[in-house]
Design a protein around this ligand. Structure first.
Ligand SMILES: Nc1nc2c(ncn2[C@@H]2O[C@H](COP(=O)(O)OP(=O)(O)OP(=O)(O)O)[C@@H](O)[C@H]2O)c(=O)[nH]1
Ligand SMILES: [Mg+2]
Length: 330
C-alpha cells in the first residue's frame, strides 16, 4: 500500500467498506480510484482497484440480465464509419448527436448528464455514418471503457465550448487521453511514433455553441490563437443548427473513405446504394466487399469514373476512386 495517499482516500475507503448495495459499492469504488494521485508509486494500487471495479460491474450486469451482458461501451460499428463524439462536460455533445442523428440522448443544463454512450446514425448524401455520444472526459470521473471506445473508433471528434474556456478544455482533454496513451495522429511527430504502447488516433476539434455572428468573431480569435493549420478547429452550433453541412462534409472527408457503385453486367448501377471502402482500395478489395467468393472467381472488371475511359477494362490492382462504377465479371 503506497504511504502517500490523501486523507480523502481513507474517508472514501471507509464509506466503500460500509456500502451495502452493489450500485453503491461500484459508485464508491469509482470515487475511491479518483482520489488516488497518479504516479509510479500508485500504479499497482490503481490497477488492482480498477480490476476489482470491472469485476463488480461484470457481475452486476450478469445479475441484471440473467446472462452476461456486453458493456454499453462496446458498440458495434454500423454504416460507413464509427465516429466518437468526446469532450468535457456540458459542451453540447449530446445536443449535437441529437440534432444530427436519429438518436435521442439525454440533454441537460447540468454537467455529467450522459452516463453511457448513445449511438445514432447521421445521413450524409447516400450513406449513413455512426456518431456516438459519450460521457464527458473528466479528471474527476475517469472512464477507462470510454478510452477503449476511443481507441477502436474510426474518427474522434473532440467537442469544445466557445462560451467556456476553450483552450483549457482542449488541453485538459488531450492530457486525459494521453494518460491512456491516446495521442492525436497529427501530433505523431512530437510523440514517440515507434512506441507500440501508444495509439495514434485521427482527431478533429469541433467548437460548439457558435450560435451567432458575434460568436463567429470569438471563433476567429481562437483560430488565430491556435495558429496550427494541421488541426484546424471547426465551428458548429447544435442549438442554432449552424454549419451542419460543413460538419458532415468534414466527417466524411476525415473518415478517408470512398463510395463505389456496383454495376451488374448489362444493367444500370444502383446509385443509391454504394459500397464503402477505405481510400486507396483496389478492384480486388471491392470484389471482396460485394461477395467474398468474388475474389477467387473474378475474371475481369470494367470501370467508369476517375482516370479511366468509359468502361475501361482494369486489373485487380487498379485503385478505385470516390464515385467510380465497377462491373465485375465472374
Ligand atoms: N447556446 C448553446 N447552448 C448549447 C448548444 N449545444 C448545447 N447547448 C446547451 O449546453 C447544455 C449541455 O448540453 P448537452 O448536450 O447535455 O452537453 P453534453 O456535452 O452532452 O454534457 P454531458 O453529457 O453532461 O457531458 C444544455 O443546456 C444545452 O442546451 C449550442 O449550440 N448553443
Ligand atoms: Mg451528454
Amino acid at each position: 500500500m503506497p504511504t502517500n495517499l490523501p486523507a480523502e482516500y481513507y474517508q472514501v475507503e471507509e464509506q466503500y467498506k460500509a456500502a451495502e448495495t452493489m450500485p453503491d459499492k461500484i459508485r464508491l469504488l469509482e470515487e475511491l480510484i479518483s482520489t488516488i494521485p497518479k504516479h509510479k508509486g500508485t500504479d499497482k494500487l490503481r490497477a488492482d482497484l480498477r480490476r476489482r471495479l470491472s469485476k463488480m460491474k461484470d457481475s452486476a450486469s450478469q445479475r441484471k440480465g440473467g446472462s452476461r451482458q456486453s458493456s454499453p461501451f462496446q458498440i458495434e460499428k454500423e454504416g460507413a464509419g464509427q465516429v466518437v463524439i468526446v469532450g468535457p462536460a456540458n459542451v453540447g455533445k449530446s445536443s449535437l448527436v441529437k440534432a444530427l442523428t436519429n438518436a435521442d440522448p439525454p440533454i441537460a443544463a447540468y454537467p455529467f448528464s450522459t452516463p453511457i454512450p448513445v449511438p445514432g446514425m447521421m445521413p450524409f448524401e447516400n450513406i449513413q455514418i455512426q456518431l456516438i455520444d459519450t460521457p464527458p472526459l473528466s479528471k474527476e470521473y475517469e472512464e477507462p471503457q470510454l478510452m477503449h471506445l476511443i481507441r477502436l473508433a474510426d474518427l474522434v471528434l473532440l467537442v469544445l465550448d466557445i462560451q467556456g474556456s476553450v483552450m483549457q478544455q482542449f488541453e485538459d482533454s488531450l492530457a486525459l487521453m494521453r494518460d491512456y496513451r491516446i495521442i492525436p495522429l497529427h501530433l505523431r511527430d512530437e510523440a514517440d511514433a515507434a512506441n507500440p504502447r501508444l495509439t495514434f488516433k485521427r482527431l478533429h476539434v469541433i467548437v460548439n455553441k457558435v450560435d451567432d455572428a458575434a460568436l463567429d468573431e470569438d471563433f476567429q480569435v481562437l483560430c488565430e490563437l491556435i495558429g496550427d493549420d494541421r488541426c484546424p478547429f471547426v465551428p458548429i452550433s447544435a442549438n442554432a443548427e449552424r454549419y451542419f453541412d460543413r460538419f458532415k462534409q468534414l466527417v466524411y472527408d476525415k473518415l478517408d473513405i470512398v463510395r463505389i457503385y456496383s454495376k451488374p453486367p448489362g444493367k444500370e448501377p444502383n446509385m443509391n446504394a454504394p459500397f464503402v471502402m477505405r481510400r486507396g482500395g483496389t478492384v480486388e478489395d471491392f470484389a471482396e466487399k460485394v461477395h467474398k467468393d468474388f475474389v477467387e472467381s473474378l475474371k475481369s472488371a470494367r470501370v467508369w469514373g476517375h482516370g479511366v475511359f468509359e468502361g475501361q477494362h482494369v486489373g485487380r490492382d487498379h485503385v478505385l476512386h470516390d464515385g467510380d462504377v465497377v462491373e465485375l465479371k465472374t
